[in-house]
Design a protein around this ligand. Structure first.
Ligand SMILES: [Zn+2]
Ligand SMILES: [Zn+2]
Length: 480
C-alpha cells in the first residue's frame, strides 16, 4: 500500500466521524407583517409600470435569462412570436451586418424579412440551419437588403435543402426588368458555374427557387396566407418605385393574434399609418439628424447624407411621429448605426413625439419575445466562431430521403487535373488510411427509415420538426 492510499483511507475514516455538512441554526420567524413588507419592498405590486417601462414590458417566465438570450437554450413557445435582428445597418461592419429580421412563430413557421449581406453569419450563430432559411420576403432590391441570397440558395441546398425550395417574395418593378423575378433570373446566371459544380451533391428541389412577385402598387394586397398567418404589403417612397413594407398577422386562436411590421426603407408616409395601425411590434428604419457631425465621424459628406435622407429615409423625429399615430405595443428602430456617441440623440429625436415602449433593433442579435400579454427585448449573445446547425428535415413520413446527385465529376471535369491528384498512399501515414468516398455511395435516392438513423443524426436533424409537432398539438388544445 503506498503513502497516498494510506492518507486517503485515513481521511475516509476521519470523515465518517464528522457530520457531513454544518447546518444553519433554526431561528424564530419574523412577524408576517415584516415578512410581507420585505418581500414586497421594491416590487411594483399593483402598480401599472416601473420606472419608464410599461405594463406588459416584462420578461416571460420561460426565458432562461431575463438579461440575455443564449442561442439554443430556449424553445419558441406555442403561442409566442420571437423576433431576432440578424442584420441592422446599411453599412456592413463587425457587429452590424446588412439588414435582416428573423421572425419565428410558435406554429413552427419561420419568416425572413430582407437578407442583407453578412447576415447569414448571425443566423448561423443563432443556430438557424441554412435549409431553414427558405421563406424570404424582400422589401426592395437595394443590395443591402438581399445580398446574402445567392449564398443562402447555394449553400442551403448543399446543406440539406433538398425537399423544400426557397421562396422569395418581393415587389414588381415599374418595368419587368426591375422586379424581383428579374433579379432572381440574374442570380441564376451569376450562379451558373456554382450550381453545375454543386450538382455532384444531392440537390433534389434545391435549385428550384420559387419567386412570388407581387404588384408593388397593390397596397394592402396579400403576399402570403397559410397556417393562420397573413402577410400584406404597401408602397414606400424610396426614390424608385417598387420599395415595399410588410405586415405579418398571425391568428393564434379565435381570440389571440400577434402582428409584426417591417417597413423596409422609405420616407414617412400616410400609407404607413394606414397599414401598420395598431400592430404589436412596429419596426421601422431610422436616420438620425446629425449629418454634419456624422460626416466628421463616419466620413459621409454632409450634402450626400442630407440628400440621401431627404429622398430615401425616415428621420428620427418622423419615427416618433409615426409611432404616435400607429400606437404599437413596441416601437423598434433598425437599419441605423448603433454608436454610443449617437444613441442618446436617437432616443431624444424619437421621444419628441412618442412616449410609449421603444427599443433599438440594433446592434445585431437583439431578440424580442412577444406574446399577447408580454413583450421583452434582450441582447442575444452570439458567438464569434459558431458552427452550423444540422440541416433540419421533416420526418412526418418517417423517412430521411437523400436525393441522387444530378451528376458526377467525370461529367464536369476533364480527366487531366484529376489524374494529377497525388496518390493518397503517399501522404497518409502508414497504417492509417480512411475509407475514401470518391464516388457517391448510391445509384438512386437514399431512403432511410428514421429508426435506422444513428441517434445523433435523428436528434440533430429532427429538432425543429419535433418542436413543431409538439407546439402544433399545444395550439390545437388551446383552440379547443
Ligand atoms: Zn437599406
Ligand atoms: Zn434602400
Amino acid at each position: 500500500m503506498n503513502c497516498t492510499l494510506h492518507a486517503l483511507l485515513g481521511l475516509a475514516l476521519l470523515s465518517l466521524s464528522l457530520p457531513s455538512f454544518a447546518q444553519a441554526p433554526v431561528q424564530d420567524p419574523s412577524s408576517p407583517d415584516e415578512i410581507k413588507r420585505a418581500l414586497s419592498g421594491g416590487v411594483p405590486m399593483g402598480r401599472w409600470k416601473e420606472g419608464l417601462l410599461f405594463e406588459g414590458i416584462s420578461p416571460h417566465p420561460w426565458l432562461t435569462s431575463a438579461a440575455n438570450w443564449f442561442p439554443g437554450t430556449e424553445e419558441v413557445q406555442p403561442h409566442e412570436m420571437r423576433i431576432t435582428f440578424m442584420g441592422t445597418s446599411p453599412t456592413i461592419r463587425p457587429g452590424q451586418m446588412n439588414t435582416s429580421i428573423f421572425v419565428e412563430l410558435g406554429n413552427g413557421d419561420n419568416f425572413i424579412f430582407d437578407i442583407g449581406e453578412g447576415s447569414v453569419s448571425n443566423y448561423t450563430a443563432a443556430r438557424v440551419a441554412l435549409n431553414q432559411m427558405n421563406n424570404i420576403f424582400i422589401t426592395h432590391l437595394h443590395v443591402d437588403h438581399y445580398g446574402s441570397l445567392p449564398y443562402v440558395w447555394m449553400f442551403g441546398t448543399w446543406s440539406g435543402g433538398w425537399h423544400k425550395p426557397i421562396t422569395v417574395h418581393g415587389p414588381s418593378g415599374r418595368t419587368p426588368e426591375y422586379g424581383t423575378k428579374a433579379m432572381v433570373e440574374g442570380m441564376r446566371q451569376m450562379t451558373a458555374w456554382h450550381r453545375d459544380a454543386f450538382s455532384v451533391f444531392p440537390v433534389g428541389e434545391g435549385w428550384d427557387i420559387q419567386v412570388n412577385e407581387f404588384d408593388f402598387r397593390d397596397n394592402g394586397g396579400i403576399v402570403y396566407e397559410k397556417n393562420g398567418v397573413k402577410v400584406i404589403h404597401w408602397q414606400r417612397s424610396h426614390a424608385k418605385d417598387g420599395a415595399s413594407a410588410y405586415r405579418l398577422d398571425w391568428q393564434i386562436s379565435d381570440d389571440e393574434s400577434l402582428c409584426f411590421v417591417w417597413t423596409g426603407d422609405g420616407r414617412p408616409s400616410e400609407l404607413d399609418i394606414e397599414y401598420a395601425a395598431g400592430c404589436d411590434v412596429y419596426v421601422t428604419e431610422l436616420q438620425q439628424e446629425v449629418v454634419e457631425i456624422n460626416s466628421g465621424v463616419q466620413g459621409v459628406p454632409p450634402f450626400l447624407a442630407r440628400y440621401t435622407i431627404d429622398t430615401h429615409h425616415t428621420p428620427g423625429y418622423a419615427v416618433g411621429y409615426l409611432a404616435s399615430k400607429i400606437k404599437p405595443r413596441m416601437l423598434m428602430t433598425t437599419h441605423m448605426t448603433f454608436d454610443p456617441w449617437l444613441n442618446e440623440e436617437t432616443v431624444a429625436e424619437v421621444r419628441h413625439h412618442w412616449d410609449g415602449p421603444y427599443h433599438f433593433g440594433a446592434p445585431d442579435g437583439i431578440v424580442v419575445n412577444v406574446t399577447t400579454d408580454q413583450i421583452w427585448v434582450r441582447e442575444g449573445i452570439l458567438p464569434d466562431f459558431p458552427n452550423q446547425r444540422a440541416p433540419q428535415q421533416d420526418f412526418t413520413n418517417g423517412q430521411l430521403v437523400v436525393p441522387l446527385p444530378p451528376t458526377d465529376r467525370t461529367k464536369i471535369q476533364e480527366p487531366f487535373v484529376r489524374e494529377k491528384q497525388i496518390d493518397p498512399d503517399k501522404y497518409y501515414p502508414e497504417g492509417y488510411k480512411p475509407e475514401l468516398l470518391e464516388e457517391w455511395p448510391a445509384d438512386s435516392d437514399i431512403v432511410a427509415p428514421v429508426e435506422a438513423l444513428p441517434e445523433n443524426l435523428k436528434k440533430s436533424m429532427g429538432g425543429h420538426w419535433e418542436l413543431t409537432q409538439k407546439n402544433r398539438k399545444a395550439l390545437e388544445e388551446r383552440n379547443r
